[in-house]
Design a protein around this ligand. Structure first.
Ligand SMILES: [Zn+2]
Length: 63
């Protein structure tokens, strides 16, 4: 079964947050451009890179 990844950016106050139909959401960014980059990274590598929990805690993997 293939998971679809449709990302979008949501504005919350002065922050922009990338989110995805798979349930992923990125960290709050002060710049919409950064949120868009987060979304692009997620789409290209859904299983690596930035991971966030629904509680909003950001986890970054370190090689
Ligand atoms: Zn996704």
């Amino acid at each position: 079964m293939q998971q679809q990844h449709e990302t979008r950016t949501t504005e919350r106050g002065s922050f922009s947050i990338a989110s995805c139909t798979c349930g992923w959401c990125g960290p709050a960014r002060r710049s919409r451009e950064r949120a868009r980059v987060d979304a692009q990274l997620h789409r290209s590598r859904p299983e690596t890179g930035l991971l966030t929990t629904p509680g909003g805690v950001t986890v970054t993997r370190r090689g």
